[in-house]
Write a protein that binds this ligand. Structure first.
Ligand SMILES: [Zn+2]
Length: 85
């Protein structure tokens, strides 16, 4: 069972991979930085989309990359709404 010790919104100073969707984001991206305690303590970065997806899933646990499809779907939905279709 892993849990989050601390989280903070940061602007990345270098390229970071999102833990949720496993996509790589360039530096200067706003991401949520989390300190996660599992067997070890590690740092995870979460992109904006995955933060929304996680909110909708109300705290379900997931592994690295598990949110990829949901994240892409979420972004497609947003894009469709923006295009008014
Ligand atoms: Zn993500």
């Amino acid at each position: 069972m892993s849990y989050i010790i601390a989280q903070k919104e940061v602007v990345t100073r270098k390229e970071q991979k999102c833990f949720g969707c496993a996509r790589t984001f360039p530096r200067n991206t706003k991401m949520l930085r989390e300190a996660v305690k599992d067997d070890i303590i590690f740092t995870a970065y979460i992109c904006k989309t995955c933060q929304e997806v996680m909110n909708e899933r109300s705290g379900d646990e997931f592994c690295e990359g598990d949110l990829y499809e949901l994240a892409v779907e979420y972004e497609n939905d947003l894009m469709e709404k923006a295009n008014g279709t």
